[in-house]
Design a protein around this ligand. Sequence first.
Ligand code: KG4
Ligand code: ZN
Length: 347
Amino acid sequence: MNQPLVLGIESSCDETGVGIVRGHTLLADAVASSMEQHAPFGGVVPEIASRAHLEAIVPMIESACSQASVKLADVDAIAVTAGPGLAGALMVGVGAAKALALALGKPIYGVNHLAGHVAVDQLEHGALPEPCLALLVSGGHSNLLQVNDITGDIVSLGNTIDDAAGEAYDKVARLLGLPYPGGPHIDREAASGSSVAIDFPRGLTSRKDLDRHRFDFSFSGLKTAVARWVEARHRAGEPVPVADVCASFQEAVVDVLTRKAIDAALTHGIHDLVISGGVAANSRLRALAEERATAAGVRLRVPRRNLCTDNGAMIAALGSEVVARGREPSALDFPADSSQPVGTVVV
Ligand code: KG4
Ligand code: ZN
């Protein structure tokens, strides 16, 4: 029998994504980004993001249907990001998804954005091993999650206590005069710099911090250390070696991310690690994670770069799994929840 056809809608931040999935097969992944409109402000402006979603949502639904060569009437279920994310942005996707579900008479599933980042890996590497450990790193999140059941049992092991990993990349890029979003620029600059040129601090890795925050992250001290180092060069009238600063900063970030992820996997007896979110596109993170996972006997899965950043396919992938495991659909009056806890996979 054919597996159900699931359409997924994502609008939690600045990407309007619509994906279509059957089982673990990706049929369409349409994404519009309002990034360029936010760039002059150095960060996502919620009101601009909401307006852009409103303009892009119907064209993206049409584009996804045409990519997949399906009609809306063929869709068996709708999944949509209910949270976490920007409230106004979420409401555009949730409103569109509810309208579709009502008009088509199909079930709707309001799902968790973070679980979607993990579930998307099924489209590339097949069924998710459970339990697995997930490291989610993006502009908005830095989480270590124990995934026992991707559709209903996800436990948070650690989180950032200040900035998200991607946020740190964006802030450091800004103080080096690199464009927003900074991650890809730092990644590129770092390639020609030395990662041991400057010894930047590794947040929450001292013995004392590990007692309380073993699997938590902190990047704001690192950002301040980079700012101080750059200011000192300016004061001394010396040029800033941008490539070396980028490489040394990047090493401090990915060293802590991979060290804590492997430690969490080994401590909890988990043998599979999934890394996702925008920062998972980082070339040094991918390389160091591979090296350390192999050394620790942990299997590593990292989705291809365009599936790591926000997209609709990840929500369709999660929706497909939720349907396959027979979970109840959401009631049509479910809210958008900007701070939806990771334990709530389906509303
Ligand atoms: O997942 P995403 O597209 O959106 C959310 O924040 O949910 O992640 C965007 C973040 C930005 O902070 C961006 O600078 C970072 O991911 N990023 C990178 C790279 N590509 C994107 N960070 C480091 N290296 C990259 N190659
Ligand atoms: Zn995300």
